[in-house]
Design a binder for this molecule. Sequence first.
Ligand code: F0G
Length: 482
Amino acid sequence: MAEIKFYNREPVPVEMHKVKIVQKLSLLPARERLNKLREAGFNTFMLHNGDIFMDMLTDSGVNAMSDNMQSAMLRADDAYAGSETFYRMNEKLTGIFGMKYLLPTHQGRACEHIIAQHFVKPGSCVIMNYHFTTSKAHVTRLGGRVEELVKDEGLVVKSNLPFKGNIDLDKVKACIEKEGAENIAYMRLEAGTNLIGGQPISYENMKEATDIAKQHGIVTVLDASLLQDNLYFIKTREAGMQDKSIREITRMIADLFDIVYFSARKFGFGRGGGIMVRDEEMFHAMEDYITMFEGFLTYGGMSVKEMEALIIGFEETMDMDIISQGPQFINHCVTELDKLGVPMVTPGGGLGAHIDARQVVDHIPAEQYPAGSLVAALYLCGGIRGMERGTLSEERNPDGTEHIASVEMVRLAFPRRVFTLSQTEYVIDRVKWLYDHRHLIGGLKFVHEPKTLRFFTGKLEAVSDWPEKLVEAYIADFGEDQ
Ligand code: F0G
């Protein structure tokens, strides 16, 4: 169902589930949050979960399971080799994607590792609509290069375009011409394009792009980690798709690709990952990597209990009632904040609500990580943990200079079926407060900077005493205890 209608008031998103198990949250006083943030090196990845009120870091591995998913865990068939659970999972995924072979992995980046390991050679190029941090890191580690060919309009922050994740077909043709098809390891299209705000790609665009790749004999790969949101958007936004079921749309998409891989920490509401392969030879060529890096071929590093839960989770992903919740809550959050004047990435996409940090804290230089500073400030102002998605998440250029990200955002992820609308209203309120006090926010600098994926474990400090001043302003408005 796209949306529940209301009789006498503005509609709000309504959950198509009820709560059965809860986890208590605590809200630390603001000054304590400042201490915790300092200990975490102003990096929200390094905070302890118990010190967080609203954990909106990610939707990865933190989505609520259904009663059916949990009860399915009891069926798990423990076996090092030949677990019946694996065959059930393979059958379910083959039913959904129409591809015969499943390579199980422990999570999404393991799929990326294996695909890159198989196809990428030094100097080869991988075409993407947009990169994801781990998908790019695996390509560059092997001496390859990523060409991001998303349409320019996809990077425009405020927009009403329905499919900002679309790849630019002219750029694709020019890239193939320039690089030579034989030097292109594969074309990877990412459903629900993560780093530009969970923005979807249309079926039509996927079809046209993969047609071009096929004409040149280039392998086509779909990153389906965020497919569930993308399915919702195709069904609700793309012309001619309203009468098709989610299952039909999924199959139409999968039919375009040689390989479909996913992080099951997102796709399927569980934890794990998998690579679906159409061609037997390609499957066999990659299976050695599973036994070498992941585990035996019938579990690939996943717990069989999680696999059983996923089998139900994949089926739930085919249910429009279930996959509507995320995009509808995100749309509510984005629309309300937009009305309040906060610069948001519009239209609302999947995954989470995205704040355009470059506009909010335009007084912070790019080298002092505007989005990193804003996300740190948001934890101080309400115990809300978001994620930096900007320059801090990039790797430095080979000469050591900063690679300034094309988009500089704070992401407030909405794990599916986890937060209520009142919690969402709290977040809207605190973001607005912070926006109104944005002049108090200052920059950050590294004190420990890892070479690869530095945003995960790097430690930073504030360039001035701005965090103390911000906390005092917050206390003046909300009191000492929150
Ligand atoms: N592809 C996409 C589109 C993703 O969003 C992610 C993970 C991965 C691949 C890697 O999967 O984490 O299971 O290894 N995204 C998480 C996030 C980390 O928070 O957006 P993984």
